[in-house]
Design a protein around this ligand. Sequence first.
Ligand code: MG
Ligand code: MG
Length: 253
Amino acid sequence: MITEGSIKTPEQIVSMKHACKIVAEALMKAESHLVVGATTRDVDDFLRHFIENEGAKPAFLGLYGFPATACISVNEEIVHGIPGERKLAEGDLVSIDCGAIIDGMYSDHARTFLVGEKKEEDKLKLISVAKKALDIGIENSHAGNKIGMISNSIENYVLGEGFDVVREYVGHGIGTQLHEPPSVPNFGDKDKGALLRVGMAIAIEPMVTQGTWETKVLNDKWTVVTKDGKLSTHVEDTVLITENGPEVLTRLK
Ligand code: MG
Ligand code: MG
C-alpha cells in the first residue's frame, strides 16, 4: 500500500495553485449568499457557476456519486451535507466544503459561517477554535516532520479548549486525485504517520465538535452528523510543503 504523498512537478503546482485560488474566491464570495431564507441549493448553484465561469470543473460533482458542487453541512451536520431545499435560518452554523479541478489538479477547501445577525458566543467560539486548530496544523507542516506532528498539535489544542475532534473522517494528500495518501488525522501520536517532503500537498481539515467526537450517517447515506446532536464546525485548507515551509494555497494573498 502506498502511504507516501506524491511529489508534484512545477507544472502541477501551477495548476493546483490556480484550482486553489478559484475555490478560495468561491467560498469567500459564497458567504454573501448565506442569508436567511436562501436554500442550500441556492448556495451550491452559485458555487457551481462561479467555478465553471473560472474555467474549472467542480471537483466533488459526481465524485463517488456525490450529487452537488459543494458539501453544505448545517449545525449538527459535520461533513458531506447534500445541498437541497433546506432554508437557512438565523443563527445557523454552515460549513461549506468545495473543490475545483484545473488541468487535472485538485483543490479542497472548507469554511464554517454563521447565518444572520445573531452572533452567539458558543458558535463563534467553535468557529474560532476550528480555524486556530487549522492554523496550528499548518504551522507544523514542515518537510521532515511526521504527519503526526500536525495531528497531535490539532488534537491537543482542541481538547484544551474543551471541544473534541472527529476521528472517523480525516484530512488527506491531494494532487491528481482529491483524496490521495497519506491520511492526515486530527488526532494521534506525534511520531506517527508519513514523513512530509518538499513537493507534497495535503488537505488539513479539523472537524471540531461541541460534544463528543462520535458520528453517524443519515439515511441519505451522505450526511455525517454528531451522534449527540451537538454542533460541529469544519475548516480545511490545501497546503503545499515547500523548502521554505508550508504554503497555504487556498487563502487569497
Ligand atoms: Mg474538503
Ligand atoms: Mg478534504
